[in-house]
Write a protein that binds this ligand. Structure first.
Ligand code: ADP
Ligand code: MG
Length: 232
C-alpha cells in the first residue's frame, strides 16, 4: 500500500530533515507510529498523503507515484484514496454534522454524492452513536463526538488507506477506545490499511506493527533502515 525508498525531505524554513531509506506498509496492515515530539511523524503522514513533496526519493501510495502528480490530480487522489483523521478534528464550524461528514463529496469533483452515500453516512453515524446529532453544529458536540464525526468523514468515501495523526490525543479513555474501535473495525471489514501516529503506549498492542521514530532519528541511515523496514 505504501512504498518509500531513498526519501529525503526538508522544509523550506528551518533545519529539520527526514531521511527514510526504505519503508513499506502492506495492504491491510495496521501500523502504529510512535516517537518524540518533533521527530517527523506528522511530516511522514503528509508525505504519504501527498500534502508535502520530497526533495528526492520515491513514495508510492496505493500504486500511485504521488510526487509525480500535479496539484489537482494529487488532491483528487488523496480524497478518493486516503482517509485523514487529525488530533484537532478539523471540523467546519459553519456546517452541521451531516454536511461535515459529506464534505469530501463537496470538494472533490470525482466523487458523486447520491442517496446511497447519504444512507451510508447516516448508517455509520448511527453505528457509532451520533445518528441523532446529524443536524447539530460542531460547537454543540463533545470532544468525543467531534472526533467520531471526523472519523466518519474519513471513512465515508471508503478509502483503502486510513492515516490518523494522534486521533485519540484529546479524548478520555472511553472515547479513545471508541474511536480506535471504529478505525480498526473499518480496516478489518474493508481490508483497509491503517497507519496511526499515537503517544499512547497502552493501545500499541492493537496494531500489527509499531514503527518507532526514536531510533529512526538517533541513528545513521543504515540503522534507520533496519529499524523501520518491516514486512513487505
Ligand atoms: P511530530 O509530528 O513528530 O511531532 P512534525 O513532523 O510535526 O513532528 O515536525 C518535525 C519537525 O519539522 C519539527 O522540528 C517541526 O518544527 C518542523 N516543521 C513542521 N512543519 C514545518 C513547516 N511547515 N515548516 C518548517 N518546519 C516545520
Ligand atoms: Mg505530529
Amino acid at each position: 500500500m505504501i512504498e518509500i525508498g531513498d526519501l529525503r525531505f526538508s522544509y523550506d524554513e528551518g533545519d529539520f530533515s527526514l531521511e527514510i531509506p526504505q519503508l513499506n506498509v502492506a495492504h491491510g496492515e495496521t501500523v502504529a507510529i510512535v516517537g518524540p515530539s518533533g521527530s517527523g511523524k506528522t511530516t511522514l503522514l503528509n508525505l504519504i498523503a501527498g500534502n508535502a513533496t520530497p526533495q528526492s526519493g520515491q513514495i508510492t501510495t496505493n500504486g500511485y507515484k504521488i510526487s509525480g502528480l500535479h496539484d489537482a490530480a494529487r488532491r483528487d487522489f488523496r480524497i478518493a484514496n486516503i482517509g485523514l483523521v487529525f488530533q484537532e478534528f478539523e471540523l467546519l464550524e459553519y456546517l452541521n454534522v451531516l454536511d461535515n461528514i459529506l464534505l469530501p463529496y463537496r470538494i472533490n469533483r470525482t466523487l458523486v454524492l447520491d442517496t446511497s452515500v447519504r444512507e451510508r453516512a447516516e448508517m455509520i453515524a448511527e453505528s457509532v452513536g451520533i445518528g441523532d446529532k446529524l443536524a447539530r453544529y460542531a460547537n454543540q458536540l463533545s470532544q468525543g463526538e467531534k472526533q467520531r464525526v471526523a472519523v466518519i468523514r474519513a471513512l465515508v468515501v471508503q478509502p483503502p488507506l486510513l492515516l490518523a495523526d494522534e486521533p485519540t490525543g484529546n479524548l478520555d479513555p472511553l472515547n479513545k477506545n471508541r474511536v480506535l474501535d471504529i478505525l480498526f473495525q473499518y480496516a478489518d471489514q474493508n481490508a483497509a490499511t491503517l497507519v496511526t501516529v499515537t503517544h499512547d503506549h497502552e493501545v500499541l498492542h492493537r496494531f500489527q506493527r509499531v514503527i518507532d521514530f526514536k531510533d529512526f532519528c538517533a541513528h545513521g541511515a543504515e540503522q534507520r533502515l533496519e529499524n523501520i523496514a518491516g514486512p513487505m
